[in-house]
Structure formats: structure tokens, C-alpha cells
Design a protein around this ligand. Structure first.
Ligand code: PRP
Ligand code: URA
Length: 210
């Protein structure tokens, strides 16, 4: 596997994704699990955040100790479902800025349509972490990254909880420079472009709609 794609193999993440898939998991638990998985995946995805030493004093003596430095983080959830992952990442990096990209898939064509975009400025000085629980055809992720690049974003990571092989291929081919983090890689898309076995409609399950 190309090293710009990382598929998680931690048992805690696997366990929590199984709970997410279960159709008997209710909205509250679903929402909590999405945030917990985002936090666990964030630990991996942010492994290369640069640090710098600062001077502090412990109760014993002065010392130099590392803190996160340099380019700051922007979390950019793809609305709606990506919002569900934001707090999990913010609990790791509370100083991160949050942008939003609103995209919905047309139910017939499965093509993404943009309805809202607001990014922290200037975006080129930040590491951009895009979140969306589902990478299905890949259309939404490719569009979101096109948009961020058009606005000057250069260091971009994409994090999803479940991916279909079709979407992962499309995203990687369109944006080979983007580091992709996947919770689990599923079998295929069905004729309605839903991921199988998947977890159903992530936005509806997070927000209790439908
Ligand atoms: C879902 C999901 C992704 C997209 C994935 O959103 O959260 O954004 O579909 O599909 P794709 O890879 O085929 O583009 P949806 O359009 O259902 O909107 P929602 O989050 O508002 O429910
Ligand atoms: N969007 C979802 O929420 N679920 C899928 O399986 C595919 C796209």
C-alpha cells in the first residue's frame, strides 16, 4: 500500500467501528463513538506535527521542553457528517481553527454539490485536516480538496472512518499529495453508492434525522 494511505489497525479503533456499524446503536452512542474514533485516529494523523523547545521551570529545576510549533492546524469538516469528528480532534489540539465545507450528494447522480464554505485565513500557513466519516465514491472528498487547494492550502490530510475501495482509489489518484487516514476499508459500493457493509447514512445517524 502506498505510504500516503494509512489504514488503522488498532484494536480500540476496530472495536469502536464495529459498535458504529451496528444498526441498534442509537444516536447518542453513535455520536460519542464518532468523536472517540476521531480522537484515536487524530493521535496517528497528527504524529508529524512539528515541535519546538521552550524554557519552563518544573518544581525541581528550569528545563527546555517541547511544545507544538510552527504551522498551525485547521480542522475542516465536510458538512454535515464530518462535524461529528471535530470535537474529537479539538480535544487533542484545542488551539486548532475550524473551517467548514458544505457538500451534499445528489441522490440520483451521487455527484457532490457545494452549499457552504468558510475557511480560516490564510489557509496556506496551516496544516489542513479534512474530516468526513464516509469516503464512498470519493466525489465529496475530491471536491473539498479542490476547493482548499484553490484557496491556497498546500499541506492537506484527509481522515475518514470507513472507506470504499472505489473512493480511496479516486481520491488518491486525484490528490496523490494528500495523506489519507482510513479507519477501515470496506468491500464495495452498492448500486445507490452506499458503502457495504458500511454503517448506513452517517449524517442521519449522527444527527438523528430521517
Ligand atoms: C455523505 C458523507 C460524505 C459523502 C460521501 O454525506 O458524509 O460527505 O456522503 O460520499 P461520496 O464519497 O460518494 O461523495 P452526504 O452527502 O450524505 O451529506 P450529509 O453529511 O449532510 O448527510
Ligand atoms: N454516505 C454515507 O453516509 N454512507 C455511505 O455509505 C455512503 C455515503
Amino acid at each position: 500500500m502506498d505510504n500516503s494511505i494509512m489504514i488503522m489497525d488498532h484494536p480500540l479503533i476496530k472495536h469502536k467501528i464495529t459498535m458504529l456499524r451496528d444498526k441498534n446503536t442509537g444516536t447518542n452512542e453513535f455520536r460519542a463513538l464518532v468523536n472517540e474514533i476521531a480522537m484515536l485516529m487524530g493521535y496517528e494523523a497528527l504524529r508529524d506535527l512539528p515541535t519546538e523547545d521552550i524554557d519552563i521551570e518544573t518544581p525541581i529545576e528550569p528545563c527546555k521542553a517541547p511544545v507544538i510549533s510552527g504551522r498551525k492546524l485547521a480542522i475542516v469538516p465536510i458538512l454535515r457528517a464530518g462535524l461529528g469528528m471535530t470535537n474529537g480532534i479539538l480535544s487533542l489540539v484545542p488551539t486548532a481553527k475550524v473551517g467548514h465545507i458544505g457538500l451534499y450528494r445528489d441522490e440520483e447522480t451521487h455527484e457532490p454539490h457545494e452549499y457552504f464554505c468558510k475557511l480560516p485565513s490564510p489557509i496556506n500557513e496551516r496544516i489542513v485536516l479534512i474530516t468526513d466519516p464516509m469516503l464512498a465514491t470519493g466525489g465529496s472528498a475530491v471536491e473539498a480538496i479542490n476547493f482548499i487547494k484553490k484557496h491556497g492550502g498546500t499541506t492537506i490530510k484527509f481522515m475518514c472512518i470507513i472507506a470504499a475501495p472505489e473512493g480511496l482509489k479516486k481520491l488518491h489518484e486525484a490528490h496523490p499529495d494528500v495523506q489519507i487516514y482510513v479507519g477501515q476499508l470496506d468491500r464495495e459500493l452498492n448500486k445507490d453508492a452506499y458503502i457495504c457493509p458500511g454503517l448506513g447514512d452517517a449524517g442521519d445517524r449522527i444527527f438523528g434525522t430521517k
